[in-house]
Write a protein that binds this ligand. Structure first.
Ligand code: HEC
Length: 198
């Protein structure tokens, strides 16, 4: 074989090895990305979708009253029970076992055998979940721990955390990431009132 032809063949071989290696790197990168999950933007988008379809607004967003009835007031989205509002007098006669539970007409305050609970502030403000870590959020959503703290009280009805505990990790992460992007609204929701104090 002529030395020039030999050199040419070696060059071809080296080129095909290096392009194989490039393809391998490309595949490795791709599967690593897939393993790590979605981009931040995709997480936030999915989180917004989940919050919309699960209906967190039902209990965490005050309502405005339209001709078609109450709808979530998106200017006050997810701020929880407004601290400037008060609750009407509670008729305890209708509350006994086997009788009724009560909601205020904005669906942000709830009265039942557990006492009185108020839809929490889920906005990105410090009075909402602005300072929360994902671990805290997970503890609240999966273990029903108020503020996501180990030693805190249980989260009261009608917060359906027993259902939310089944959310897949990625979905929970998405909801958390979306909530962190919400408009911050300063609102210290009133403290839960246990039955004897009601
Ligand atoms: C049926 C009503 C209802 C729905 C729907 C609901 N929540 Fe709640 N949630 C509540 C109430 C009431 C509380 C406050 C309970 C308490 O103070 O013990 C609460 C509390 C929480 C808390 C704990 C807040 C804190 O300060 O500890 C988080 C987090 C939370 N909700 C997230 C969500 C998310 C996210 C969704 C939607 C995926 C959602 N909730 C849907 C009623 C609801």
């Amino acid at each position: 074989m002529k030395p020039t032809l030999q050199l040419f063949l070696i060059a071809c071989l080296l080129f095909s090895i290096s392009s194989c290696k490039e393809k391998e790197d490309e595949y490795a990168e791709k599967s690593e990305n897939e393993e790590q999950g979605m981009t931040q933007e995709a997480l936030v988008q999915r989180g917004e979708y989940l919050v919309n379809i699960i209906g967190c607004d039902h209990c965490h967003t005050p309502k405005k009253f339209t001709e078609n009835g109450p709808i979530p007031d998106m200017d006050r989205r997810l701020m929880g029970f407004p601290s400037t509002d008060s609750i009407a007098e509670i008729n305890k006669d209708v509350l006994a076992q086997g009788k009724w539970m009560m909601f205020n007409n904005e669906l942000t305050a709830f009265v039942g055998p557990w006492g009185v609970s108020f839809g929490a502030n889920l906005t990105s403000d410090d009075t909402g979940i602005g300072t929360w870590t994902f671990e805290q959020f997970e503890k609240a959503m999966r273990e029903g721990k108020y503020k996501g703290m180990d030693n805190s009280r249980p989260i009261m009805p009608p917060m359906p955390w027993e259902s939310f505990r089944m959310l897949e990790e990625n979905d929970l992460k998405s909801i958390y990431e979306f909530l962190k992007t919400t408009k911050p609204i300063e609102n210290v929701v009133p403290a839960y009132i246990p039955p004897p104090a009601m």
